[in-house]
Design a protein around this ligand. Structure first.
Ligand code: SF4
Length: 172
């Protein structure tokens, strides 16, 4: 078991399953699978915060083809720590961004024409949310012509990263 509930309520779940992965799983998942293969699964793995700068693109081709929307995550974490929200505790208090080139490449792997940005916080906070100084990519670096993201966050994503929106095909 893993995810937010298992991480926040470890005592509640640890005796009900064979193994628990707390935190973000990417950094520890290969070891979990290897331990399963070797028959030495441990009771507990701590994933901590994944290094999203090195995160591989999601395998969109493994998903069933009939989803109406694709999905992509470009950032994680949030410094605001709202009392009702798990993000700061689970995904960290710093705003972590994937490299622009990786995001663009993953966008191009998504077969759907409509794509949801499933980031934790796309609304923004202060200077750490605006203008990362990473420079511009191409005019349509935010997605292939014809792809569309029906979410205002897309434009915030592009603004933060200096992507020009002249002729952008994205509808909000
Ligand atoms: S992700 Fe949103 S709700 Fe959660 S702490 Fe940040 S601003 Fe608050």
């Amino acid at each position: 078991m893993g995810g937010i509930h298992a991480t926040m309520c470890l005592d509640e779940v640890i005796d009900r399953v064979d193994s628990v992965v707390t935190g973000e799983a990417e950094g520890i998942w290969a070891q979990v699978l290897e331990d399963v293969r070797q028959g030495r699964l441990q009771r507990r793995y701590e994933g901590g915060l994944a290094c999203i700068e090195e995160m591989r693109p999601a395998r969109h081709n493994l998903l069933p083809p009939r989803y109406a929307f694709g999905a992509i995550q470009t950032t994680r974490g949030c410094p605001l720590n709202c009392s009702f929200c798990s993000v700061t505790l689970f995904n960290g208090a710093s705003y972590r961004q994937r490299p622009v080139a990786d995001v663009v490449r993953e966008f191009q792997l998504i077969p759907q024409k409509r794509v949801l940005l499933v980031d934790d916080n796309l609304v923004g906070t202060r200077s750490d949310h605006n203008g990362s100084g990473q420079g511009s990519v191409s005019r349509h670096g935010c997605g292939e012509p014809g792809q569309a993201v029906d979410w205002p966050g897309h434009h915030q994503f592009c603004r933060r990263r200096g992507v020009a929106h002249i002729g952008c095909p994205v509808r909000v």
